[in-house]
Design a binder for this molecule. Structure first.
Ligand SMILES: *[C@@H]1O[C@H](CO)[C@@H](O)[C@H](O)[C@H]1NC(C)=O
Ligand SMILES: *[C@@H]1O[C@H](CO)[C@@H](O)[C@H](O)[C@H]1NC(C)=O
Ligand SMILES: *[C@@H]1O[C@H](CO)[C@@H](O)[C@H](O)[C@H]1NC(C)=O
Ligand SMILES: *[C@@H]1O[C@H](CO)[C@@H](O)[C@H](O)[C@H]1NC(C)=O
Ligand SMILES: *[C@@H]1O[C@H](CO)[C@@H](O)[C@H](O)[C@H]1NC(C)=O
Ligand SMILES: *[C@@H]1O[C@H](CO)[C@@H](O)[C@H](O)[C@H]1NC(C)=O
Ligand SMILES: *[C@@H]1O[C@H](CO)[C@@H](O)[C@H](O)[C@H]1NC(C)=O
Length: 594
């Protein structure tokens, strides 16, 4: 390319045979030691680079969105649940109101030579560069990185890790990325590595050193890289290890921010142990203290939460909306930018250009703008024996419609308008409002459920939607759901742990389970016995995806769960529990052992 000149001034990595690998990378440009400093190619770029401070970069990139499971897929783009990215996907993210895109990239399967050169496939470098240009063309700020390599060759925390090789390879990789992206605008920032594994202070020190190697590599690569914003990372890229052990590189000259990720509380975010509620005082305090902790440890550093999410697939809707609202407002309170994780199967449906939970995106964007959201309330008490969620108007099929009171948190807003399809509802006739609830009258509810209250098989499921508009904040869409207990079309089988078990099911309401539990015939809990100490709707409950999943016609039991049944030597009752979480909304399946 014109304008980029590359000169080889000396062979690479003369110093790497050293027995003192810690001196291979001078801590600052220009440092000379007893070991030879590598003299490397440097890139010159046409045009000028508009200098941006890390503070301004992080502020302008807020809020961001992740192009997940795409260029970071193992082994390559297209190998996970997403097709190759198209420009229009960035248009969708832009239209939703995001300002930045994180483009994670896995490089592990794109090296075409081994060491010492560790040459990266030029076609892959070109593809990454092209995808970044696509995002830039929509005005996005872009953070790109080295992603799942962290589980692969990069994992210096493994007992047999060849740390010197890892350092060399990391330098060579970032050098090549640095050369390829050297002339990108100041809207492109680099993140050295995603969630580096490790657990000890020694691992953390090694990660701090890897940040230095990364800086050295991109600076050696030349171009605009020495002025480019970088978002450095601590061990695990989590709140605790980052706060505890991250140390900025000495004499750092790049404008820099600190990036970390947030997926807490684990049970709610990952669908573990029947945790379908969020939003108690304790939940909110824990969230605030995590975000405050990082801020208080790094008072002068621009902070960015590069990944966070609560997936619309398996988290309860009202709890999820509360989480989005509190998360964004607390991140803003502590001057921290956010980037929503999206694996392509949870947030944006890239094929049809629809956000699977548009209300969540609206809640996020309204909170971002400082608007107050009104939100449906839901159970907060972990000791409750049943749960409500005002994100839904649940009607039990076969019962007479009654007035439906939905607890609501108005946060000082007024409810201005209520619509169902093209119908504008009439206040005090179709519904009435109290200070902490909205009640939909039985007459209104009947419009959706009466035609079939004595023929309910025809209309089980989502019967309609109600849109609530407030004096400010996101519009909230409630779903009217006519439900009955889920029905299993088979109820027993001999356990076979050789493959996942697909149990045919007829969902009767929301087409997903609220939770699944597994009890042994002696009355004991099959897995995670400690859940006996949790509330009545969590005891014996399993974890989404690691133990169970579902599709539109099946409950799916994972091999790991089936293996636990085999190992228990007992017959096990699997109970699938539906929404709403009320007594009796469940069905049983028995796995027998000989
Ligand atoms: C340095 O630049 C030369 C000339 O463009 C190129 O042949 C060589 O591969 C480059 N070396 C590295 C390590 O990138
Ligand atoms: C950092 O810079 C200072 C001042 O230039 C210098 O004395 C020091 O040696 C540098 N430290 C490292 C680790 O390069
Ligand atoms: C810094 O983080 C550590 C570990 O998370 C925490 O224990 C400590 O209280 C934090 N310091 C401040 C000043 O918040
Ligand atoms: C937010 O943090 C940036 C530094 O990252 C600082 O420049 C800015 O003044 C802070 N804003 C507020 C409101 O504290
Ligand atoms: C139930 O309703 C469906 C659709 O409205 C209709 O096709 C069906 O004939 C009805 N069944 C009975 C038994 O009325
Ligand atoms: C499991 O249940 C089956 C069928 O009821 C029974 O024949 C078998 O003995 C039971 N297995 C154990 C280990 O109790
Ligand atoms: C399912 O099995 C459990 C025992 O594990 C029992 O307590 C419960 O009543 C059963 N539910 C149904 C709907 O049969």
């Amino acid at each position: 390319m014109r304008g980029i000149s590359l000169f080889v001034l000396a062979p690479f990595f003369i110093g790497f045979s050293s027995s003192q690998p810690h001196e291979v990378y001078p801590r600052a440009r220009g440092t000379t030691g007893v070991l030879q400093r590598q003299i490397v190619n440097s890139t010159e770029c046409p045009g000028t680079f508009e200098h941006v401070s890390a503070e301004d970069y992080v502020a302008a990139s807020d809020p961001g969105w992740n192009l997940g499971n795409t260029l970071d897929a193992i082994q390559t783009e297209g190998d996970w649940n997403n097709p190759k990215v198209e420009s229009v996907t960035f248009e969708d993210a832009r239209a939703a109101g995001f300002s930045s895109v994180r483009i994670p990239v896995t490089w592990a399967y794109h090296f075409i030579t081994d060491g010492p050169t560790w040459t990266v496939d030029p076609d892959w470098l070109q593809r990454v560069s092209d995808v970044i240009d696509m995002a830039l063309s929509y005005g996005f700020y872009v953070i790109t990185n080295v992603h799942h390599d962290s589980w692969n060759w990069y994992d210096f925390s493994k007992p047999d890790a060849d740390v010197q090789m890892i350092e060399e390879k990391f330098y060579r990789l970032w050098y090549q990325i640095g050369v390829k992206l050297a002339c990108k605008s100041s809207k492109v920032a680099f993140e050295p590595i995603n969630e580096p594994p490790g657990s000890t202070s020694e691992h953390a020190a090694q990660q701090n050193r890897m940040n230095e190697i990364f800086l050295k590599a991109i600076q050696d690569a030349g171009g605009f890289n020495a002025q480019r914003v970088v978002t450095l990372v601590g061990l695990g890229e989590d709140t605790i290890k980052t706060s505890q052990w991250f140390k900025p590189p000495m004499n750092i000259s790049n404008p820099w921010a600190l990036q970390y990720h947030y997926y807490s509380p684990y049970d709610f975010i990952f669908g573990a142990w029947g945790k379908t509620i969020w939003g108690s005082e304790a939940d909110i305090t824990a969230l605030e203290s995590d975000i405050a902790n990082v801020r208080n440890n790094f008072t002068q550093v621009p902070l960015i939460i590069g990944e966070w999410s609560a997936s619309p697939i398996h988290t309860e809707t009202a709890a999820r909306w509360k989480f989005y609202d509190h998360f964004i407002r607390l991140a803003k309170k502590y001057n921290t930018s956010t980037m929503l994780w999206d694996n392509g199967a949870d947030q944006l449906d890239r094929t049809v250009h629809i956000w699977r939970d548009p209300v969540a995106i609206d809640v996020l964007m309204s909170a971002q703008k400082g608007e107050v959201n009104s939100l449906p309330d839901s159970t907060k008490d972990a000791a409750a024996e049943s749960q409500f969620s005002s994100a839904f108007l649940f009607h039990h099929a076969g019962t007479m419609p009654t007035d439906q009171k939905l607890p609501f948190v108005f946060n000082g807003n007024t409810l201005d308008k209520v619509t169902a399809g093209s119908i504008v509802l009439e206040k005090d006739w179709d519904y009435f409002v109290a200070s902490d609830s909205i009640t939909f009258k039985s007459n209104f509810v009947s419009n959706f459920v009466r035609p079939s209250w004595n023929n309910f098989t025809s209309s089980i499921g989502i019967a309609g939607g109600i849109v609530l508009s407030f004096s400010q904040g996101a519009d909230i869409c409630l779903r009217i759901v006519q439900w009955d207990t889920p029905t299993l079309l088979e109820t027993t089988s001999m356990v076979d742990a050789s493959e996942d078990l697909y149990i045919p099911i007829s969902w009767k309401g929301l087409s997903k389970p609220a939770a699944v539990r597994a009890m042994k015939s002696d009355g004991g809990i099959l897995v995670d016995d400690w859940t006996q100490w949790l509330g009545p709707l969590q005891r014996g409950r399993l974890t989404f995806d690691s133990h169970y999943n579902w599709d539109s016609a099946h409950l799916i039991l994972r091999r790991s769960l089936l293996e636990s049944v085999v190992n228990s030597g007992q017959n096990v009752t699997i109970t699938v529990e539906g929404f709403p979480r009320v007594p009796g909304n469940e069905a049983n399946y028995t796995l027998t052992v000989v």
